[in-house]
Design a protein around this ligand. Structure first.
Ligand code: PGA
Length: 257
């Protein structure tokens, strides 16, 4: 798959925001207005679970709905959890798995692996987040990413990999306290590295066809640098997805890449 031919995919991860459904609807409708003009950009919004059904009703087919997590069992005594089939029946088509904020709450690569297997088997497109805490001079961060991929993707069949997207989200570049976003050079190094690991695990064709996103302090000033120069076909946007002016600019910018 040639990167330049692929539709760009921009994912907004709202995290635990906003606190009010009316605000969520207003933000969503503004994004939808912009998305409906953009044929070459795939727009995915990942709201908190409780807003999914209401936003799905508003979504039409120009904004796809994603979940921020899922659970690996199909049903039963798992208080507070939500299964892939529940998500599907609520109209969700994408799910983020392994976000660093969930890893920080104790989610291990083994749990993430179970979630990926369940989500893919349940017919969802999975956005797997990986990324190092620190960039050390000796290059240990590459081993760290290799280790995440080896465990997270264990046992995933080649057939299901077409529904896998990998988001490179270096933890040092995420959130309001991040000193900076990664640079396109940082990201291209990792996107090549991710494809190399995928090739070793699943073969070259799959390595070239899995979509890779970048996430971490993306805004309307830097979004196109990543889309043009870092070997990724899309972006996972946190804070900037909560400001409709900024997020809509990111979408508009993406159509010109
Ligand atoms: P940020 O978050 O854009 O606010 O840095 C990105 C993410 O955590 O997905």
């Amino acid at each position: 798959m040639r990167m330049s031919k692929m539709k760009k995919i921009i994912v907004g991860n709202w995290k635990m925001n906003p606190s009010d459904l009316l605000v969520a609807k207003k933000l969503f409708l503004s994004i939808k207005r912009t998305a409906s003009q953009l044929k070459k950009v795939k727009v995915v919004v990942c709201p908190p679970f409780v807003f999914v059904s209401d936003l799905k009703k508003l979504s039409g087919d120009c904004v796809l709905i994603g979940a921020q997590d899922l659970f690996y069992e199909e049903g039963g005594a798992f208080t507070g959890e939500i299964s892939p089939s529940m998500l599907k029946s609520a109209g969700v088509s994408y799910a983020i798995v392994g976000h660093s904020e969930r890893r920080n709450l104790g989610e291990t690569d083994e749990i993430i692996n179970r979630k990926i297997l369940a989500g893919l088997r349940g017919g969802l497109k999975i956005i797997l987040c990986i990324g190092e805490k620190l960039r050390d001079e000796s290059g240990d961060y590459l081993n760290f990413i290799r280790g995440q991929m080896a465990t997270d993707l264990k046992g995933v069949s080649k057939k299901l990999l077409k529904n896998l997207i990998i988001a490179y989200e270096p933890i040092w570049a995420i959130g309001k306290d991040a000193p900076r976003a990664a640079s396109p050079d940082d990201v291209i190094e990792i996107s090549i590295f991710i494809r190399r690991i995928l090739a070793q695990m699943f073969g070259r064709d799959i390595a070239m066809s899995v979509e890779i996103l970048y996430g971490g302090s993306v805004d309307d000033n830097n979004s196109n640098d990543f889309l043009k120069d870092s070997g990724v076909s899309g972006l996972l946007v946190g804070r900037a997805s909560l400001d409709s002016d900024v997020f809509n600019k990111i979408l508009e910018n993406a159509k010109n890449v």
